[in-house]
Design a protein around this ligand. Structure first.
Ligand code: FMN
Length: 303
């Protein structure tokens, strides 16, 4: 059996597959079920100081197995979510990564509360809904980094226009990156009804699932060739072979959202088992054997 263990950000992960922030991890019950059924770590739904108010419906299937959503962050008060996270942190051995947003003030306050009360292994912060300027995002990174002693990860949105400049500026501050969030704005609707299928202002949403995979894989590979800090790959992963591609393209770990919305919290453990079987069948002994293999092969071809 191939060895799936790794140490990333100074944290031990029994396997590289974890949830991505979304409705799939919005309660302690969902997070604990993921842990019980073989996820390598847990990521929470993103929360902020103010609860979100999302227009309904928030999700709609689109072509090619994709999903459109207009769900933002947690709709509950964060004071109700902290005890749920404490339960998760106290009940499982695997690492917990808390996801928060959005302003420099929000993340400093939430970072302190998390470190005092929940003690997660790391914190990721979302850069969705925060505009297209680099300096406010760097302020958020600096503010969170100053308020906690645990690793801080910046989650990248694929539609950010100056991605390379953003990660190069953020690299000295953060401990790693999560790439990518869902892509948008995107639109789909039933032409017979010819009206919006999502509750957003003109029916627009963020696209995730299989159609996002080549975009996410491209960004992971682009960033892995640019920065040394570890990257968690996310976007359209639904099988062990998908996870292997992200590790080969430079990711150290992977996250899964859309496949778990339809497949349930057992999805992460299933993907980890499939990854192990795939490594065995291809003659690899461990995840470290395939890490960066695609990038290394590119370099060898050039030499
Ligand atoms: C319904 C829905 C809600 C999401 N909510 C969040 C969120 O709260 N915070 C966040 O950083 N990303 C959020 N995402 C983005 C996912 O974490 C992930 O980055 C993206 O969907 C790509 O992965 P996937 O193709 O496996 O879904 C959400 C995605 C979906 C589909």
């Amino acid at each position: 059996m191939a060895d799936l263990k790794s140490n990333v950000f100074g944290i031990d992960f029994p396997n590289p597959v974890m949830p991505a922030a979304g409705p799939n991890v919005k309660t302690a019950a969902l997070m604990l079920k993921a842990a019980e059924t073989g996820a390598g770590s847990i990521v929470s739904k993103t929360f902020s100081i103010l609860p979100a108010v999302d227009p309904r419906p928030t999700m709609k299937k689109t072509i090619a197995g994709g999903l459109l959503n207009c769900e933002t962050w947690l709709e509950d008060e964060y004071s109700k979510f902290i005890p749920e996270l404490k339960t998760v942190s106290n009940s499982t051995e695997i690492p917990l990564i808390a996801s928060i947003g959005y302003s420099a003030k929000d993340v400093a306050e939430l970072g302190r509360i998390l470190e005092d009360e929940v003690k997660p292994a790391a914190i990721e912060f979302s850069t969705h809904y925060t505009g297209h300027d680099i300096s406010p995002l760097i302020e958020v990174a600096e503010s969170l980094k100053k308020s906690v002693s645990i690793p801080v990860l910046m989650k990248i949105s694929p539609n950010f226009p100056k991605l390379e400049e953003l990660v190069l500026t953020a690299e000295p501050i953060v401990d790693g990156f999560v790439a990518v969030n869902s892509f948008g704005p995107a639109l789909d609707f039933n032409p017979s009804k010819c009206s919006p299928s999502l509750g957003s202002s003109w029916g627009q949403g963020w696209m995730s699932g299989p159609p996002l995979q080549p975009i996410a894989l491209g960004i992971v590979c682009q960033l892995a060739r640019l920065v040394k800090k570890p990257i968690i790959g996310v976007g359209g992963i639904s099988s062990g072979e998908d996870a292997a591609k992200f590790l080969m393209a430079g990711a150290s770990l992977v996250q899964v959202c859309t496949a778990a919305i339809s497949g349930g919290p057992e999805t992460y453990g299933r993907i980890a088992s499939e990854l192990s079987a795939w490594l065995d069948s291809e003659g690899y002994n461990s995840v470290s054997d395939i890490k960066n293999k695609y990038i290394d092969n590119l370099e060898n071809r050039r030499n």
